[in-house]
Design a protein around this ligand. Sequence first.
Ligand code: PMP
Ligand code: GLU
Length: 387
Amino acid sequence: MLSERIRAVHPSPTLRFTALARELQSQGKKVVNLAAGEPDFDTPEPIKAAAIRAIQEGFTKYTPSSGIPELKAAIVSTLARDRGLAYRPEQVMVTCGAKQALFNLFQVLVQPGDEVLVPSPYWVSYPEMVRLAGATPVEVRTEPSDKFRLSAEAVSKACTPKTRCLILNSPSNPTGAVLGEQSLKEIARVAQAKGLWIISDEIYSQLVYGGKAPSIAAVAPEVAPKTLVVDGVSKAYAMTGWRIGYMAGPAEVVEAAGRLQDHSTSNPASISQKAALAALTGDPASVREMAREFGRRRDLLVRRLAGIPGISFVEPEGAFYCFVDISKSGLKSSVFSERLLQEALVASIPGDGFGWDHYVRLSFAVGSEALEEGMNRFQKFIGSLIS
Ligand code: PMP
Ligand code: GLU
Protein backbone atom coordinates (compact mmCIF):
# COMPACT_ATOMS: atom_id res chain seq x y z
CA MET A 1 0.00 0.00 0.00
CA LEU A 2 1.32 3.44 -0.90
CA SER A 3 1.67 6.19 1.69
CA GLU A 4 -1.24 8.50 2.43
CA ARG A 5 1.05 11.37 1.47
CA ILE A 6 1.48 10.27 -2.13
CA ARG A 7 -2.10 9.07 -2.52
CA ALA A 8 -3.22 12.68 -2.03
CA VAL A 9 -1.07 13.89 -4.94
CA HIS A 10 -2.59 14.26 -8.42
CA PRO A 11 -0.63 13.60 -11.61
CA SER A 12 0.71 16.76 -13.27
CA PRO A 13 -1.72 17.71 -16.08
CA THR A 14 0.93 19.88 -17.77
CA LEU A 15 3.29 16.94 -18.03
CA ARG A 16 0.48 14.49 -18.92
CA PHE A 17 -0.92 16.49 -21.85
CA THR A 18 2.56 17.35 -23.12
CA ALA A 19 3.42 13.63 -23.08
CA LEU A 20 0.12 12.76 -24.82
CA ALA A 21 0.88 15.27 -27.60
CA ARG A 22 4.38 13.84 -28.05
CA GLU A 23 2.97 10.29 -28.19
CA LEU A 24 0.56 11.25 -31.01
CA GLN A 25 3.45 13.02 -32.79
CA SER A 26 5.57 9.87 -32.55
CA GLN A 27 2.72 7.97 -34.23
CA GLY A 28 3.15 10.33 -37.19
CA LYS A 29 0.16 12.59 -36.36
CA LYS A 30 0.68 16.26 -37.19
CA VAL A 31 -0.11 17.65 -33.76
CA VAL A 32 0.29 21.36 -33.06
CA ASN A 33 1.63 21.44 -29.55
CA LEU A 34 0.20 24.40 -27.66
CA ALA A 35 0.51 22.45 -24.41
CA ALA A 36 4.25 22.64 -23.93
CA GLY A 37 5.55 24.71 -21.06
CA GLU A 38 8.99 25.05 -22.57
CA PRO A 39 10.64 27.15 -25.27
CA ASP A 40 10.94 25.39 -28.63
CA PHE A 41 14.35 27.04 -29.19
CA ASP A 42 17.50 24.99 -28.90
CA THR A 43 19.87 25.79 -26.04
CA PRO A 44 22.32 28.43 -27.40
CA GLU A 45 25.62 27.01 -28.73
CA PRO A 46 28.03 28.67 -26.25
CA ILE A 47 26.09 27.09 -23.40
CA LYS A 48 26.29 23.65 -25.00
CA ALA A 49 30.00 24.17 -25.65
CA ALA A 50 30.59 24.93 -21.95
CA ALA A 51 28.92 21.65 -21.01
CA ILE A 52 30.97 19.68 -23.55
CA ARG A 53 34.12 21.31 -22.21
CA ALA A 54 33.11 20.36 -18.67
CA ILE A 55 32.80 16.71 -19.70
CA GLN A 56 36.09 16.75 -21.59
CA GLU A 57 37.87 18.34 -18.64
CA GLY A 58 36.50 15.70 -16.28
CA PHE A 59 34.19 18.02 -14.38
CA THR A 60 32.00 15.01 -13.75
CA LYS A 61 32.18 14.46 -10.01
CA TYR A 62 30.10 15.56 -7.04
CA THR A 63 30.12 19.28 -6.41
CA PRO A 64 29.14 21.07 -3.19
CA SER A 65 25.50 20.12 -2.72
CA SER A 66 24.32 23.75 -2.83
CA GLY A 67 26.18 24.46 -6.10
CA ILE A 68 29.66 25.48 -7.29
CA PRO A 69 30.93 28.82 -5.92
CA GLU A 70 31.38 30.40 -9.36
CA LEU A 71 27.75 29.68 -10.29
CA LYS A 72 26.54 31.08 -6.97
CA ALA A 73 28.62 34.19 -7.64
CA ALA A 74 27.07 34.50 -11.11
CA ILE A 75 23.59 34.17 -9.61
CA VAL A 76 24.38 36.91 -7.08
CA SER A 77 25.53 39.20 -9.95
CA THR A 78 22.53 38.32 -12.12
CA LEU A 79 20.05 39.08 -9.34
CA ALA A 80 21.80 42.38 -8.62
CA ARG A 81 21.98 43.42 -12.29
CA ASP A 82 18.55 42.29 -13.50
CA ARG A 83 16.38 42.48 -10.40
CA GLY A 84 18.04 45.02 -8.13
CA LEU A 85 18.50 42.42 -5.39
CA ALA A 86 21.50 42.24 -3.05
CA TYR A 87 22.49 38.80 -1.77
CA ARG A 88 25.66 37.19 -0.48
CA PRO A 89 26.70 33.78 -1.89
CA GLU A 90 25.60 31.98 1.29
CA GLN A 91 22.10 33.29 0.66
CA VAL A 92 21.93 31.44 -2.65
CA MET A 93 21.46 27.78 -3.46
CA VAL A 94 21.51 26.01 -6.82
CA THR A 95 18.79 23.38 -7.25
CA CYS A 96 17.61 20.76 -9.76
CA GLY A 97 15.29 23.19 -11.54
CA ALA A 98 13.18 25.91 -9.95
CA LYS A 99 10.81 23.09 -9.11
CA GLN A 100 13.19 21.64 -6.55
CA ALA A 101 13.82 25.08 -5.05
CA LEU A 102 10.06 25.47 -4.53
CA PHE A 103 9.66 21.94 -3.20
CA ASN A 104 12.51 22.40 -0.71
CA LEU A 105 11.14 25.74 0.45
CA PHE A 106 7.70 24.40 1.30
CA GLN A 107 9.35 21.55 3.19
CA VAL A 108 11.39 23.92 5.34
CA LEU A 109 8.89 26.76 5.81
CA VAL A 110 5.52 25.13 6.53
CA GLN A 111 4.08 22.19 8.43
CA PRO A 112 0.74 20.53 9.26
CA GLY A 113 -1.78 23.09 10.46
CA ASP A 114 -0.28 25.90 8.36
CA GLU A 115 -2.05 27.55 5.46
CA VAL A 116 -0.33 28.74 2.28
CA LEU A 117 -1.98 31.36 0.07
CA VAL A 118 -1.97 30.32 -3.57
CA PRO A 119 -3.11 32.95 -6.08
CA SER A 120 -5.50 31.34 -8.54
CA PRO A 121 -5.33 30.46 -11.43
CA TYR A 122 -2.19 28.78 -10.12
CA TRP A 123 0.61 26.73 -11.61
CA VAL A 124 -0.38 23.08 -11.20
CA SER A 125 2.44 22.05 -8.85
CA TYR A 126 1.97 24.63 -6.08
CA PRO A 127 -0.98 23.05 -4.24
CA GLU A 128 0.55 19.59 -4.56
CA MET A 129 3.88 20.78 -3.14
CA VAL A 130 2.10 22.50 -0.26
CA ARG A 131 0.16 19.32 0.52
CA LEU A 132 3.34 17.25 0.34
CA ALA A 133 4.71 19.51 3.07
CA GLY A 134 1.62 18.66 5.16
CA ALA A 135 0.19 22.19 4.94
CA THR A 136 -3.07 23.38 3.39
CA PRO A 137 -3.19 25.38 0.15
CA VAL A 138 -5.73 28.22 0.25
CA GLU A 139 -6.81 29.64 -3.09
CA VAL A 140 -6.85 33.41 -3.52
CA ARG A 141 -8.83 34.03 -6.65
CA THR A 142 -7.87 36.69 -9.15
CA GLU A 143 -10.35 37.86 -11.77
CA PRO A 144 -10.15 38.31 -15.55
CA SER A 145 -11.73 41.74 -15.05
CA ASP A 146 -8.55 42.69 -13.07
CA LYS A 147 -6.34 41.08 -15.73
CA PHE A 148 -5.81 38.22 -13.26
CA ARG A 149 -3.68 40.49 -11.08
CA LEU A 150 -3.51 39.63 -7.40
CA SER A 151 -4.70 42.37 -5.06
CA ALA A 152 -3.50 43.13 -1.54
CA GLU A 153 -7.12 43.21 -0.46
CA ALA A 154 -7.70 39.63 -1.64
CA VAL A 155 -4.54 38.51 0.18
CA SER A 156 -5.64 40.24 3.35
CA LYS A 157 -9.13 38.72 3.20
CA ALA A 158 -7.73 35.21 2.74
CA CYS A 159 -5.47 35.41 5.82
CA THR A 160 -6.37 33.48 8.96
CA PRO A 161 -4.31 32.96 12.12
CA LYS A 162 -2.94 29.83 10.42
CA THR A 163 -1.58 31.59 7.32
CA ARG A 164 2.21 31.26 7.12
CA CYS A 165 3.17 31.82 3.53
CA LEU A 166 2.16 33.55 0.29
CA ILE A 167 3.17 32.40 -3.18
CA LEU A 168 3.73 35.02 -5.85
CA ASN A 169 4.25 34.14 -9.49
CA SER A 170 4.76 37.19 -11.68
CA PRO A 171 4.72 36.80 -14.67
CA SER A 172 2.15 34.10 -14.05
CA ASN A 173 1.76 30.65 -15.41
CA PRO A 174 -1.00 30.20 -16.73
CA THR A 175 -2.33 33.76 -17.17
CA GLY A 176 0.74 35.83 -18.10
CA ALA A 177 -0.34 38.43 -15.51
CA VAL A 178 2.39 40.74 -14.23
CA LEU A 179 2.29 42.56 -10.89
CA GLY A 180 3.45 46.18 -10.96
CA GLU A 181 5.42 48.03 -8.30
CA GLN A 182 2.42 49.57 -6.62
CA SER A 183 0.57 46.24 -6.25
CA LEU A 184 3.71 44.57 -4.92
CA LYS A 185 4.19 47.32 -2.35
CA GLU A 186 0.60 46.93 -1.16
CA ILE A 187 0.90 43.14 -1.02
CA ALA A 188 4.18 43.49 0.89
CA ARG A 189 2.47 45.70 3.45
CA VAL A 190 -0.16 43.01 4.10
CA ALA A 191 2.44 40.22 4.18
CA GLN A 192 4.52 42.14 6.70
CA ALA A 193 1.54 42.97 8.88
CA LYS A 194 0.54 39.29 8.96
CA GLY A 195 4.12 38.03 9.35
CA LEU A 196 4.03 35.88 6.21
CA TRP A 197 6.83 34.22 4.33
CA ILE A 198 6.78 35.12 0.63
CA ILE A 199 7.91 32.65 -2.00
CA SER A 200 8.33 34.66 -5.19
CA ASP A 201 8.56 32.41 -8.24
CA GLU A 202 10.18 34.65 -10.88
CA ILE A 203 10.99 31.96 -13.44
CA TYR A 204 9.38 34.01 -16.26
CA SER A 205 10.89 37.37 -15.25
CA GLN A 206 12.90 37.70 -18.50
CA LEU A 207 9.80 37.17 -20.63
CA VAL A 208 7.78 40.36 -20.33
CA TYR A 209 6.10 42.20 -23.20
CA GLY A 210 6.19 45.95 -22.94
CA GLY A 211 7.28 46.61 -19.39
CA LYS A 212 9.07 44.98 -16.49
CA ALA A 213 8.20 42.40 -13.88
CA PRO A 214 9.69 43.82 -10.67
CA SER A 215 10.70 41.63 -7.74
CA ILE A 216 8.84 42.20 -4.47
CA ALA A 217 12.07 41.98 -2.46
CA ALA A 218 13.48 44.88 -4.51
CA VAL A 219 10.45 47.19 -4.48
CA ALA A 220 9.64 46.50 -0.81
CA PRO A 221 13.02 45.78 0.86
CA GLU A 222 11.30 45.58 4.25
CA VAL A 223 9.96 42.12 3.27
CA ALA A 224 13.29 40.86 1.85
CA PRO A 225 14.23 39.13 5.14
CA LYS A 226 11.10 36.97 4.76
CA THR A 227 11.16 36.56 0.97
CA LEU A 228 12.63 33.70 -1.03
CA VAL A 229 13.20 34.48 -4.68
CA VAL A 230 13.07 31.46 -7.00
CA ASP A 231 14.35 31.53 -10.56
CA GLY A 232 16.30 29.37 -12.98
CA VAL A 233 17.67 29.00 -16.47
CA SER A 234 14.92 26.75 -17.91
CA LYS A 235 12.73 29.34 -19.60
CA ALA A 236 14.94 32.34 -20.40
CA TYR A 237 17.84 30.29 -21.81
CA ALA A 238 15.83 27.41 -23.35
CA MET A 239 17.42 24.98 -20.88
CA THR A 240 14.46 23.02 -19.47
CA GLY A 241 16.20 19.65 -19.71
CA TRP A 242 19.38 20.77 -17.95
CA ARG A 243 17.53 21.11 -14.63
CA ILE A 244 19.14 24.13 -13.04
CA GLY A 245 17.18 26.50 -10.82
CA TYR A 246 18.01 28.48 -7.74
CA MET A 247 16.70 30.20 -4.64
CA ALA A 248 17.91 33.32 -2.86
CA GLY A 249 16.83 34.66 0.50
CA PRO A 250 17.57 34.71 4.21
CA ALA A 251 20.66 32.59 4.95
CA GLU A 252 19.04 30.42 7.65
CA VAL A 253 16.24 29.32 5.31
CA VAL A 254 18.64 28.66 2.43
CA GLU A 255 20.90 26.70 4.78
CA ALA A 256 17.92 24.61 5.96
CA ALA A 257 16.87 23.94 2.35
CA GLY A 258 20.50 22.93 1.75
CA ARG A 259 20.31 20.31 4.48
CA LEU A 260 17.25 18.88 2.79
CA GLN A 261 19.10 18.85 -0.52
CA ASP A 262 22.10 17.11 1.12
CA HIS A 263 19.86 14.19 2.03
CA SER A 264 17.75 14.06 -1.12
CA THR A 265 19.40 14.91 -4.45
CA SER A 266 22.87 16.21 -3.45
CA ASN A 267 24.23 18.62 -6.06
CA PRO A 268 22.47 19.44 -9.34
CA ALA A 269 24.40 17.82 -12.24
CA SER A 270 27.96 19.19 -12.37
CA ILE A 271 27.88 19.54 -16.16
CA SER A 272 24.57 21.43 -16.09
CA GLN A 273 26.01 23.81 -13.51
CA LYS A 274 28.86 24.69 -15.90
CA ALA A 275 26.28 25.20 -18.65
CA ALA A 276 24.20 27.46 -16.40
CA LEU A 277 27.33 29.43 -15.54
CA ALA A 278 27.94 30.02 -19.25
CA ALA A 279 24.29 31.06 -19.64
CA LEU A 280 24.38 33.64 -16.84
CA THR A 281 27.80 35.08 -17.71
CA GLY A 282 27.48 34.91 -21.51
CA ASP A 283 26.33 37.39 -24.14
CA PRO A 284 22.66 38.19 -23.37
CA ALA A 285 21.88 38.77 -27.08
CA SER A 286 20.36 35.32 -27.69
CA VAL A 287 18.11 35.63 -24.63
CA ARG A 288 16.90 39.02 -25.82
CA GLU A 289 16.23 37.67 -29.30
CA MET A 290 14.25 34.72 -27.91
CA ALA A 291 12.22 37.12 -25.74
CA ARG A 292 11.54 39.33 -28.80
CA GLU A 293 10.38 36.30 -30.77
CA PHE A 294 8.03 35.30 -27.94
CA GLY A 295 6.66 38.84 -28.09
CA ARG A 296 5.91 38.47 -31.83
CA ARG A 297 4.18 35.14 -31.23
CA ARG A 298 2.18 36.59 -28.39
CA ASP A 299 0.92 39.34 -30.71
CA LEU A 300 -0.01 36.74 -33.31
CA LEU A 301 -1.91 34.60 -30.79
CA VAL A 302 -3.74 37.59 -29.32
CA ARG A 303 -4.75 38.80 -32.80
CA ARG A 304 -6.06 35.36 -33.79
CA LEU A 305 -7.93 34.77 -30.51
CA ALA A 306 -9.56 38.20 -30.78
CA GLY A 307 -11.07 37.07 -34.08
CA ILE A 308 -12.77 33.98 -32.64
CA PRO A 309 -16.35 34.48 -31.47
CA GLY A 310 -17.53 32.74 -28.31
CA ILE A 311 -14.32 32.79 -26.32
CA SER A 312 -12.67 35.42 -24.14
CA PHE A 313 -9.19 35.92 -22.77
CA VAL A 314 -6.88 38.40 -21.07
CA GLU A 315 -3.84 39.48 -23.07
CA PRO A 316 -0.76 37.97 -21.42
CA GLU A 317 1.81 40.53 -20.27
CA GLY A 318 4.53 37.98 -19.68
CA ALA A 319 5.50 34.26 -19.77
CA PHE A 320 4.34 32.32 -22.86
CA TYR A 321 0.80 31.30 -22.06
CA CYS A 322 -2.70 32.58 -22.67
CA PHE A 323 -5.58 31.42 -20.48
CA VAL A 324 -8.75 31.20 -22.57
CA ASP A 325 -12.36 31.10 -21.31
CA ILE A 326 -14.14 28.28 -23.15
CA SER A 327 -17.28 28.17 -20.97
CA LYS A 328 -19.57 28.78 -23.96
CA SER A 329 -18.48 25.44 -25.41
CA GLY A 330 -20.43 23.78 -22.60
CA LEU A 331 -17.54 21.35 -22.04
CA LYS A 332 -15.48 20.70 -18.96
CA SER A 333 -11.91 21.73 -19.61
CA SER A 334 -10.53 18.18 -19.49
CA VAL A 335 -13.09 17.02 -22.08
CA PHE A 336 -12.41 20.13 -24.18
CA SER A 337 -8.64 19.53 -24.21
CA GLU A 338 -9.03 15.80 -24.85
CA ARG A 339 -11.38 16.44 -27.81
CA LEU A 340 -9.30 19.32 -29.16
CA LEU A 341 -6.32 16.97 -29.23
CA GLN A 342 -8.07 13.90 -30.67
CA GLU A 343 -10.35 15.71 -33.17
CA ALA A 344 -8.31 18.77 -34.17
CA LEU A 345 -4.78 17.61 -33.28
CA VAL A 346 -4.11 20.66 -31.13
CA ALA A 347 -2.62 20.08 -27.69
CA SER A 348 -3.62 22.38 -24.83
CA ILE A 349 -3.71 22.08 -21.05
CA PRO A 350 -7.14 21.93 -19.38
CA GLY A 351 -7.81 24.74 -16.92
CA ASP A 352 -8.95 22.44 -14.09
CA GLY A 353 -5.31 21.70 -13.22
CA PHE A 354 -4.88 25.45 -12.63
CA GLY A 355 -8.07 25.56 -10.55
CA TRP A 356 -10.35 26.92 -13.33
CA ASP A 357 -12.52 24.35 -15.04
CA HIS A 358 -13.97 26.50 -17.84
CA TYR A 359 -10.59 27.58 -19.23
CA VAL A 360 -7.77 26.08 -21.28
CA ARG A 361 -4.14 27.17 -21.39
CA LEU A 362 -2.58 27.74 -24.79
CA SER A 363 1.20 28.07 -24.97
CA PHE A 364 2.85 30.23 -27.62
CA ALA A 365 6.22 28.52 -27.26
CA VAL A 366 5.92 27.24 -30.84
CA GLY A 367 6.93 28.79 -34.17
CA SER A 368 4.62 31.29 -35.90
CA GLU A 369 3.67 28.91 -38.68
CA ALA A 370 2.62 26.18 -36.24
CA LEU A 371 0.83 28.80 -34.15
CA GLU A 372 -1.19 30.02 -37.20
CA GLU A 373 -2.07 26.43 -38.10
CA GLY A 374 -2.99 25.67 -34.48
CA MET A 375 -5.26 28.71 -34.39
CA ASN A 376 -6.94 27.71 -37.68
CA ARG A 377 -7.76 24.34 -36.16
CA PHE A 378 -8.73 25.84 -32.79
CA GLN A 379 -11.09 28.29 -34.50
CA LYS A 380 -12.74 25.51 -36.52
CA PHE A 381 -13.10 23.34 -33.42
CA ILE A 382 -14.66 26.18 -31.40
CA GLY A 383 -16.96 26.94 -34.34
CA SER A 384 -18.23 23.34 -34.28
CA LEU A 385 -19.11 23.67 -30.58
CA ILE A 386 -20.46 27.22 -30.42
CA SER A 387 -22.83 28.29 -33.15
N1 PMP B 1 7.46 27.71 -11.74
C1 PMP B 1 6.61 27.85 -12.77
C2 PMP B 1 5.53 28.86 -12.66
C3 PMP B 1 6.73 27.07 -13.91
O1 PMP B 1 5.89 27.23 -14.93
C4 PMP B 1 7.77 26.12 -13.98
C5 PMP B 1 7.86 25.30 -15.22
N2 PMP B 1 8.26 24.06 -15.14
C6 PMP B 1 8.63 25.99 -12.87
C7 PMP B 1 8.44 26.81 -11.77
C8 PMP B 1 9.75 25.01 -12.78
O2 PMP B 1 10.74 25.23 -13.72
P1 PMP B 1 12.08 24.37 -13.74
O3 PMP B 1 11.96 23.33 -12.69
O4 PMP B 1 12.18 23.80 -15.11
O5 PMP B 1 13.17 25.33 -13.46
N1 GLU C 1 6.04 24.52 -16.04
C1 GLU C 1 5.76 24.03 -17.37
C2 GLU C 1 4.27 24.02 -17.59
O1 GLU C 1 3.53 24.56 -16.82
C3 GLU C 1 6.41 22.69 -17.61
C4 GLU C 1 5.72 21.49 -17.06
C5 GLU C 1 5.74 21.46 -15.57
O2 GLU C 1 6.82 21.33 -15.01
O3 GLU C 1 4.66 21.62 -15.01
O4 GLU C 1 3.81 23.51 -18.58
